[in-house]
Structures are given as C-alpha cells and as structure tokens.
Design a protein around this ligand. Structure first.
Ligand code: HEC
Length: 95
C-alpha cells in the first residue's frame, strides 16, 4: 500500500480534531459556579470570602473591579457570567 503515510497523516488530523472538539466542549459546559471557583480561587477560596456576603449588583461590580485591579484575569464574557452568578447567589434580597 503506497498511500500509507498519507493515511496515517489523515488519521492524525482526525485524532486532533476529535481531541479539540472534546476539549472545547468541556470548557463550554463550565457552569457559572465552576467558572467563578476557577477564577476567584486563584488567590482565595471564592466561597470563603463570598459566602456570607449579600451585596447589590453595584456592590458586586465594585468588588469585581477591585479584584481585576488585584490581578484577576477575566475577559468580558467571564466577567459578566461571574457577576450575574454572584448577584443571583449572593445578592441582596429586595434589590
Ligand atoms: C489576583 C488575586 C485575586 C483574584 C483572582 C481574586 N481576588 Fe478577591 N481579593 C484579592 C485580595 C488581595 C483581596 C484583599 C484586598 C482587597 O480587598 O482588595 C481580595 C478580597 C476579596 C473580597 C473581600 C473584599 C471586600 O471589599 O469585601 C471579596 C468579596 C473577593 N475578594 C471576591 C473575589 C471574587 C468574587 C473573585 C473572582 C472574580 C476574586 N475575588 C478574585 C485578590 C484576588
């Protein structure tokens, strides 16, 4: 079979495609909670600092902004997901 190297090459490409698909779907299904834990626990365990708090959206925004100045590395999408999660789970009632 003289096409063998070519077939092996194609197999490699397919394999990387599959690995890539598996990997990217895993990161896509990260829940807001998991994202917050992953991002915020770099410096302190998220729920140790966060769990007793009941803050308004504005107060969470100011904490998030402060954390970014501290060095939290979030893109716009991650920022929004985490902010919404914090407001929902650790927000002030009647707000
Ligand atoms: C780069 C390190 C770092 C990351 C990442 C980080 N923090 Fe912080 N965080 C700090 C430091 C340092 C303090 C204490 C100093 C301060 O208040 O700014 C703090 C304090 C806090 C406090 C108490 C501050 C207050 O005013 O009550 C909360 C709440 C908090 N972080 C939440 C978070 C959340 C939510 C995330 C994820 C979006 C996060 N942090 C990510 C470094 C970090």
């Amino acid at each position: 079979m003289k096409n063998k190297p070519f077939i092996v090459f194609i197999l490699f490409i397919v394999m990387f495609g599959v690995l890539y698909a598996v990997f990217s779907s895993k990161t896509a299904v990260l829940s807001p909670k998991q994202l917050a834990e992953e991002k915020c626990s770099k410096c302190h365990h998220t729920f140790e600092v966060v769990k007793d708090k009941r803050l308004t959206r504005l107060e969470w925004i100011s904490i998030m902004d402060k954390m970014q100045k501290n060095g939290a590395n979030l893109n716009n999408k991650e920022y929004k997901i985490i902010l919404n999660y914090l407001v929902k789970e650790f927000g002030k009632k009647n707000n």
